[in-house]
Design a protein around this ligand. Structure first.
Ligand code: COA
Length: 145
């Protein structure tokens, strides 16, 4: 955990150990889980976190794909720490690979605990792959940048 704000716009301030540097990651989404998102343990349901990561991961590929795309694979997904109601979650993404029709993205999620604002803890990391698709749902080439 660190007291440094993980904001790209505050790159001059120290970043937490292991935190993506501004050149490696972009803040693509922030969200706060609500009581309706909890599991039987009282923590946030993993499926809810996965859905948010899927949305966050799609932001950078969408800029390149310029049209329809689909998630083809969740290549890796690690729940490192529980997420709790009221946490402010920050989703950082970076492109890992651009193929012919697919783009793979790394997503890291940091939580500011409800009762510890300004302190950041990595709660989730994942790699996901998105495929550009045409109107019939078939893979299509990624347009040139
Ligand atoms: C996405 C989909 C169109 C891809 O069709 P496909 O016939 O598997 O396509 P291909 O085998 O030609 O693979 C397309 C690309 O995906 C990549 N890919 C396929 N499976 C993959 C996997 N398990 N992990 C990583 N990349 C994968 C391929 O490497 C290829 O990338 P490249 O062109 O950059 O080299 C099809 O699998 C599909 O419709 N899946 C359902 C998508 C969906 O409903 N997602 C959830 C809601 S968005």
């Amino acid at each position: 955990m660190s007291t440094a704000p993980p904001s790209n716009s505050q790159a001059s301030m120290p970043l937490p150990a292991g935190f993506p540097s501004p050149s490696q990651g972009e803040l693509v989404m922030k969200v706060i889980p609500m009581p309706s998102d909890v599991n039987a343990n009282g923590d946030i349901f993993g499926g809810w976190v996965m859905a948010q990561v899927d949305l966050a991961g799609s932001v950078l590929p969408a800029r390149r794909v310029k049209g329809r795309m689909a998630t083809v694979a969740v290549n890796e997904f690690v729940f490192k720490q529980p997420v709790r109601v009221g946490d402010i979650l920050s989703f950082y993404a970076r492109l890992r690979r651009i193929g012919r029709t697919s783009i793979t993205v790394a997503v890291e999620v940091y939580a500011e605990r409800y009762s510890a604002q300004g302190q950041y803890m990595k709660v989730t990391e994942a790699n996901l792959t998105y495929v550009a698709i045409d109107e019939e749902g078939r893979p299509r080439p990624i347009p040139p940048a």
